[in-house]
Ligand binder design. Structure first.
Ligand code: SF4
Ligand SMILES: [Zn+2]
Length: 358
């Protein structure tokens, strides 16, 4: 991969300490990847304002996130999957798209109504995906119903988003907001923008005829379980109040390789959230006028969100059921003895490093 370097525009945002640690951790990764293969592609089902669609999710392998090059977010290992050199040519990116279309044709009889495109950074950043490629991708999927493209708020404007709206696609911009609390976003996630930037990006997306999907991160490092739950409840509510933000994807943190979270995890300073915490947030915010979904990646494993080991699959199924139906009663049907442990954790766990007793 390309080595993260400090000489980028993100310097001087007042976050140099976290960035310096993250650069050091990331530089231990020396894997390289083929620029003509996407990072990942899969078929799934998704809930949208127009109902449930079969979805084709594509993680394009681009030159990687600018912010990650400066150091980047404490939990994010995506840049570790980027390609050597920092940029991927138009032809290679289109070869990746073709690979995804082949995957869809081989694994499904129907075309997916929904296309979701993520990168190891921002799809709308022209340094990652040139305008020419963005337009060609819009043309390629013009016969589908909806598209979601991921971007940091900086790159959301009428021109970038307009390419998709103009070919007749219902378009959503997915923004990795992580939390509505600026202090948590800055100090725990090490992400540089503010909630006000998210609001401005939502306004820009709306002006271009698109909607917004906010991605939230449950339990970044340095928060206790109870603080993480409260942070998510507050964040879902604040997102629901933003014009144009019709969906929130609230995802529990998992331990990715070459990240600060992984360092803390190995040193006994981090545990991914409980699945009961995910259920608690979904249940308590179900009355908000916004679709809230969650995809607990790595559920049931030590590095992913987990309960006791016995009930993880059951609770995960309830969460997936909630995603499609938005009915909080699905959680009444799951229970386990470990809820008592979770209750005790919520009550007693304090922020990172605060001793329980002197
Ligand atoms: S979470 Fe997003 S902004 Fe942060 S380092 Fe990863 S790709 Fe970049
Ligand atoms: Zn259990």
């Amino acid at each position: 991969m390309s080595k993260p370097s400090p000489e980028v525009y993100e310097e001087g945002k007042g976050m140099d300490a976290h960035n310096s640690v993250m650069r050091d951790i990331r530089s231990r990764n020396d894997s390289t990847y083929d620029p003509r293969e996407p990072t990942r592609v899969w078929l799934d089902e998704d809930n949208t304002p127009d109902g449930v669609y079969q979805s084709l999710t594509i993680i394009l392998n681009t030159g990687g996130c600018r912010w990650a090059r400066a150091g980047g977010c404490t939990m994010c290992g995506y840049v570790a999957e980027s390609v050597e050199g920092g940029t991927v040519a138009h032809e290679d990116l289109m070869a990746q798209i073709q690979h995804c279309l082949d995957h869809e044709a081989e694994n499904s009889d129907e075309q997916s109504g929904l296309i979701k495109i993520y990168t190891s950074g921002s799809f709308l950043d022209e340094r990652e995906v040139p305008a020419e490629t963005r337009q060609a991708i819009a043309e390629t999927f013009a016969d589908r119903e909806r598209i979601v493209v991921e971007s940091l708020p900086d790159f959301v404007d009428e021109e970038t988003v307009g390419d998709f709206v103009d070919v007749g696609l219902e378009t959503d911009v997915a923004v990795g907001l992580e939390t509505a609390t600026d202090r948590v976003r800055h100090d725990c996630v090490n992400k540089y923008f503010d909630f006000a930037d998210f609001e401005a990006a939502s306004e820009a997306a709306q002006a271009a005829g698109a909607g917004v999907k906010a991605y939230l991160l449950m339990k970044p490092p340095f928060l206790s379980e109870a603080e993480a739950v409260e942070d998510m409840k507050r964040s879902v509510r604040r997102c629901a109040a933003v014009d144009g933000c019709h969906t929130v994807s609230m995802n529990p943190c998992n331990v990715q390789r070459y990240t600060m979270v992984e360092e803390l995890y190995h040193d006994g300073g981090y545990r991914p959230p409980w699945l009961w915490s995910v259920a608690e947030v979904l249940e308590s915010t179900a009355d908000e006028d916004v679709i809230v979904v969650s995809d607990p990646v790595g559920h049931g494993s030590d590095r992913g969100p987990h309960n006791c080991g016995d009930c993880d699959d059951k609770v995960q199924r309830a969460i997936k059921d909630f995603d499609l139906r938005q009915d909080p009663s699905v959680f009444e049907q799951v229970s386990c003895e470990c809820e008592a442990t979770w209750d005790a954790v919520i009550e007693r766990e304090r922020s990172y490093s605060l001793p329980l007793a002197r």
